[in-house]
Design a protein around this ligand. Structure first.
Ligand SMILES: Nc1ncnc2c1ncn2[C@@H]1O[C@H](COP(=O)(O)OP(=O)(O)OP(=O)(O)O)[C@@H](O)[C@H]1O
Ligand SMILES: Nc1nc2c(c(=O)[nH]1)N=C(CO)CN2
Length: 170
């Protein structure tokens, strides 16, 4: 079994539904077991900023799927949930990014692991620290908490635990 972290994001309504459906689809796969799941965070858009706020979370899974098989599964779920590739870093019903696959380093046309931007994205690091507070990232030689400390304050402030408008905290 390989330990894998996956980031989920959505900024087209119903955002929470897209995230929950993607998680359910992943859980359905026989070769994948859900280990833990962060809270849902509401996050300011990064990169292309003229778009709605995202909901983001990070999950930890164990899987016997090879990295490319896991990417295929993630992309199949993105397609099923109506994901269209229009603007780079633009609005999306669902985005599934593989952050880490064991400690493997991979660089092919289709897949880069660890995810090339994960160490600089507050919307990834903050939920990731919630479920893996002692994580060390060999590819940047840093602990997760050091990476978060190094983020600009405004970037950290752009990531807040999301309150479901109907009541309880997610
Ligand atoms: N670790 C990874 N996880 C998911 N996709 C990856 C990864 N590494 C490379 N890719 C490739 O990235 C391509 C573009 O993915 P996508 O359209 O989701 O990018 P994006 O989410 O807009 O931007 P970003 O890559 O900055 O998160 C995919 O077709 C996929 O082949
Ligand atoms: N807040 C936030 N910003 C983003 C996100 C995302 O998931 N959350 N995904 C992007 C492309 O992967 C680009 N920008």
């Amino acid at each position: 079994m390989k330990q894998v972290f996956i980031a989920l994001g959505s900024n087209i309504e119903p955002r929470l539904e897209y995230i929950e459906k993607a998680e359910q689809q992943l859980k359905k796969d026989n070769e994948l077991k859900m280990i833990s799941s962060s809270s849902v965070y509401e996050t300011e858009p990064v990169g292309y900023t003229d778009q709605s706020a995202f909901l983001n979370k990070v999950i930890k899974v164990e899987t016997t799927l090879e990295p490319v098989q896991l990417l295929n599964l993630c992309q199949k779920i993105e397609l099923e949930l109506g994901r269209k590739r229009e603007i780079r870093w633009g609005p999306r019903t669902i985005d599934l990014d593989i952050l880490l696959y064991n400690q493997e380093n991979i660089k092919t046309d289709r897949l880069t692991l660890p995810h090339p931007f994960m160490h600089e994205r507050a919307f990834v690091l903050i939920p990731l620290r919630e479920i893996s507070p002692d994580l060390f990232l060999p590819h940047v030689n840093k602990h997760i908490s050091n990476l978060i400390d190094e983020l600009a304050l405004k970037d950290r402030k752009g990531v807040v635990k999301w309150q479901h408008p109907g009541g309880g905290i997610e």
